[in-house]
Design a protein around this ligand. Sequence first.
Ligand code: NAD
Ligand code: DAU
Length: 340
Amino acid sequence: MNILVTGGCGFIGSNFIYYLFEHYSDVKVINLDKLTYAGNLKNLVPIEKKYGDKRYFFIRGCIADRELVPQILKKFQIDAVINFAAESHVDRSINDPAPFITTNINGTQNLLEASRQAGIKRFIQVSTDEVYGSLGPEGLFSEETPLAPNSPYSASKAAADLLARAYYKTYGFPVIITRCSNNYGPFQFPEKLIPLAFLKARQDEPIPIYGDGQNVRDWIYVLDHCQGVDLALQKGEIGRVYNFGGNAEKPNLEVVKAILDFLGKPHTLLKFVQDRPGHDRRYAMDFSLASRELGFKPSVDFKKGLELTLNWYLKHQDWISEVQSGEYQNFMRNWYKDRT
Ligand code: NAD
Ligand code: DAU
C-alpha cells in the first residue's frame, strides 16, 4: 500500500511513520510536510537511513498547494491519505488565527479535492476532541455530540471535519474522521503542557499553570493514538467518525505535579498565571464505538506513559535544545509575558 502521510515531521506524524514501518513490511510512505516551526526532519533520520528512496520519500511542501498535491498523488500512485498536517497549538491560534485557516481548512479541502480527483481509496482526517467544545464535571463526548468549538484552532479543525463529511455525503468520497484526546510521548514540541513542564522543571524555572489548574484533559500515549488511526485505515467504515481516548482524565495540576515528582523538583516551581481565553474546562471521550467496531483499546496507562515520555526527553536533551528556534523563543516570551 502506498500511503501519503501529511505532517509526518510533527509529533504524531513522526510516531505514526515509525509505527507503520514497525508493523508493515509492504507499505511505502510518502511524507508531505511544510516543515513549519513544529516539523523536524531529524525526527525521522533512522527511517530515512533505512528506507529512504526505497520505501520512504520525503517531500517538503504545503497541503494547500494546488499543483503539488495532485502531482504527488499521481507520481507515487497513492492508495490512502492520512492527514496529520495542521497548525496544532491552541495558544498560537489565539494570537494569530490566519495560518490555522490556511492549513487546517484550505489545506484539507485541497487534499480532499485532489484525492477525490485521483480516485484515492481511503482518506483519514485526523481530528481532535476539541471540536466538541467543553464538558462540565460529568459526561463524555460521543461521536453524536454536536460540534461546538471554542478556539480558532478547534473551529478550524471542526470546519475541516465538516468538509470531510461533505465530501463523503456529496461525492461518496471514502473519508473516515478520527477524533482523539490529548496525546503525549516522544517528539512532542515543547510548547505543549507536558514537554514544556519538563523543560521548565529541568531548568528550575517556574511552570505556568493557567487559571486554577483544574482543567481536565484525557491523556493518551501517542502510540495508542497511532494504533487507532491504523485501525481506522484498515477496518473503519467509510463516512464514519471514530473517537479515541486514553481513559486517563487528569487535572493539569496533577499532571505537572507528577512531572515535578518524577524529576525530584519542588512544587514551588508551579506558577499560577492568567487563564487561556476561552479555555475548555474538561474533555473526556466515549470511544466505545472504536472499541466495538475496530478493536481499539489504549494499552499504556498514564503512569507508565509519563515515565516512558520523561525518560525519552531525558535521553534526548539535544533534540529539545535544537527545536528551540528563535521563532519559538519569541512566541514563548510574548505569550507568557502577557499572562504573568
Ligand atoms: P504538530 O504541530 O506537532 O505537527 C504538525 C506537522 O504538520 C508539522 O510537521 C508541520 O510542519 C506540518 N504542517 C503544518 N502546516 C502544514 C502544511 N500547510 N502543509 C504540510 N505540512 C504542514 O502537530 P501534532 O500534535 O503532531 O498533531 C497532528 C495532527 O493531530 C493535527 O491534525 C492535530 O490537529 C491532530 N491532533 C493532535 C492531538 C495532540 O494532542 N497533539 C490530539 C488530537 C488530534
Ligand atoms: O485535546 C486534543 C488537543 O490537545 C489537540 O487537538 C491539540 O492539537 C493539542 O495541542 C492539545 O490541546 P490542549 O490545548 O489541550 O494542549 P496544551 O498542551 O496546550 O494544554 C493542555 C492543558 O494545559 C490545557 O488545559 C492548557 C494547560 N496549559 C497549557 C500550557 C501550554 C497550562 O496550564 N499552561 C501552559 O503553559
